[in-house]
Design a protein around this ligand. Structure first.
Ligand SMILES: Cc1ncc(COP(=O)(O)O)c(C=O)c1O
Length: 476
């Protein structure tokens, strides 16, 4: 069995490239080319198959990956989970149709809905007040939506969330299938699920129709690499066709070889590597027991405990709450960065997310544990209760695809309440929109945005570019 990396290493030397890319695999041209792997950087040339019509080494590599992830069909993606979600939604819906969709979906899911001019019916996940995060989507909430919108063509949910909260995807999928509705699971944060007893099972095993995973988020693979797992021949053919719409015709073989390499590593050394990850997490757990003010969800003294309204947790995520300490999430992130040279994944107003991955070791997670203890020892209990800002409920006034192109005016956030939003406003990370085009700007939404700005969070605004809010002109 020859990996894509083996083929690149063996077959390229000695061939004079009269084809793209323009660096001609001449890594000696510049230091950056040498370090970025230009000597293996090709796109589709004879002998290396074609991502959009695979019949050779890529077809074999994808079949091997399907075996590792226990999927029917597996597609390699070189533009992250983003391209998988765009293609999955287009594979299952036609313009003007309805889709059931979790409101805590990533912005790429909203873009898929806008591009396909769909009518979304939002399903709200529970909230974990104790950790101030979005919790699981309940089967009951999904069932309510299924009865409300029997015309929906697909259900799109996210599990696990950015912070590692899982939903009962098996129960949700059974319900949706009972109504004849296929299920897409954005499992961008769960590529490692179901591969070892250390982690819970994922959406492929739960029977979802399309499962999208970012390999690059938790497994050892280069940034942008992802997988789409599809059940059934007909849907797999449609997915292939739709990936052809959204994905580049010049896929990077560095990324493709990385995906194949990652799947191979899990197949051959997965057990051992998951054990190392597990030992590192256990070492962190022991250190987290010594924290007095900072709290780590599902770890330390919260080991084995689920947050409110959470169905299950991914132990690979370390969500550190600052709710009971006299500092904010951004303060903690800054101290980790400046005093300990540790860069966390994300800072929320009252917490910091540290992501672990297969590349972690006893060293990295012990260092994080010791840093938290060092900071914790200088903290005091929080003074007073810290305000919570749950994701506000959406009130739809206009289809998303019309509002995103409607004439608009820029208003100060304080004057925008009651108007119809003309843009997508997303706090990044985690990349969940607070407002999407066509929704009424409620006082709660305006308050959420002001609080996020004050907390120093990055706001992605598709029209207002950071100042105020874009509202649809009244006579538009
Ligand atoms: C839940 C979720 N879905 C999809 C994506 C998009 O993934 P990618 O960056 O691999 O395109 C992200 C990215 O953060 C995400 O958090």
């Amino acid at each position: 069995m020859r990996s894509l990396f083996d083929l690149l290493s063996e077959a390229l030397p000695g061939i004079t490239p009269m084809h793209m890319p323009g660096h001609k695999r001449n890594a000696a041209l510049a230091e950056f080319l040498k370090h970025l792997g230009a000597d293996m950087d090709i796109t589709e040339i004879p002998g290396f198959d074609n991502l959009h019509a695979p019949h050779g080494i890529l077809k074999e590599a994808m079949a091997r990956a399907a075996g590792v992830f226990q999927a029917g069909h597996t597609f390699f993606l070189v533009n992250g989970s983003t391209v998988g979600v765009l293609a999955a939604v287009r594979a299952l819906t036609r313009p003007g149709e309805s889709i059931l969709m979790a409101r805590n979906s990533h912005l790429c899911a909203y873009n898929a809905v806008t591009l396909n001019q769909l009518n979304p019916e939002f399903i709200y996940p529970g909230i974990s007040q104790d950790w101030q995060i979005t919790a699981s989507l309940t089967p009951e909430a999904v069932e309510e939506a299924l009865f409300k919108r029997p015309d929906a063509k697909a259900l799109l949910i996210t599990s696990p969330t950015y912070e590692g909260v899982l939903s009962d995807v098996a129960a949700i999928t059974r319900l949706a299938h009972g109504h004849g509705i296929p299920v897409i699971v954005d499992e961008a944060h769960g590529a490692h699920l179901g591969l070892h007893p250390l982690f819970p099972d994922g959406a492929v095993k739960a029977g979802a129709d399309i499962v999208i995973q970012s390999l690059h988020k938790t497994l050892p693979s280069l940034t942008q690499t992802a997988l789409a797992h599809v059940r059934g021949e007909a849907l797999a053919r449609e997915m292939q066709r739709q990936l052809g719409v959204f994905e580049t015709t010049s896929p990077s073989y560095l990324l493709l070889a990385s995906i194949d390499g990652c799947a191979g590593l899990i197949r051959e050394q997965g057990d051992e590597l998951f054990k190392v990850w597990g030992k590192a997490l256990a070492a962190f757990d022991r250190l987290a027991l010594r924290l007095d003010h900072l709290e780590v969800m599902g770890h330390g003294r919260h080991y084995g405990k689920l947050p409110q309204n959470a169905w299950d947790l991914d132990p690979g995520k370390l969500y550190i709450s600052t709710s009971f300490a006299n500092l904010t999430g951004p303060d903690l992130a800054r101290r980790l960065r400046e005093e300990w040279r540790i860069e966390p994944e994300m800072a929320a107003p009252q917490g910091v997310l540290a992501m672990t991955g297969m590349g972690d070791s006893m060293d990295t997670l012990t260092r994080l544990g010791e840093a938290l203890i060092g900071i914790d020892q200088q903290l005091k209990p929080a003074e007073g209760h810290k305000a919570a800002y749950p994701l506000p409920k959406a009130i739809c006034a206009m289809p998303m695809h019309l509002a995103e192109r409607a004439p608009f005016e820029l208003l100060g956030t304080e004057n925008a309440a009651g108007r119809v939003c003309a843009e997508q406003l997303t706090v990044y990370p985690p990349g969940i929109p607070v407002l999407v085009p066509g929704e009424v700007i409620s006082p709660e939404a305006a308050g959420f945005i002001t609080a996020a700005r004050e907390a120093g969070a990055a706001l992605l605004c598709t029209r207002s570019r950071g100042e105020g809010l874009a509202a649809v002109l009244k006579d538009a």
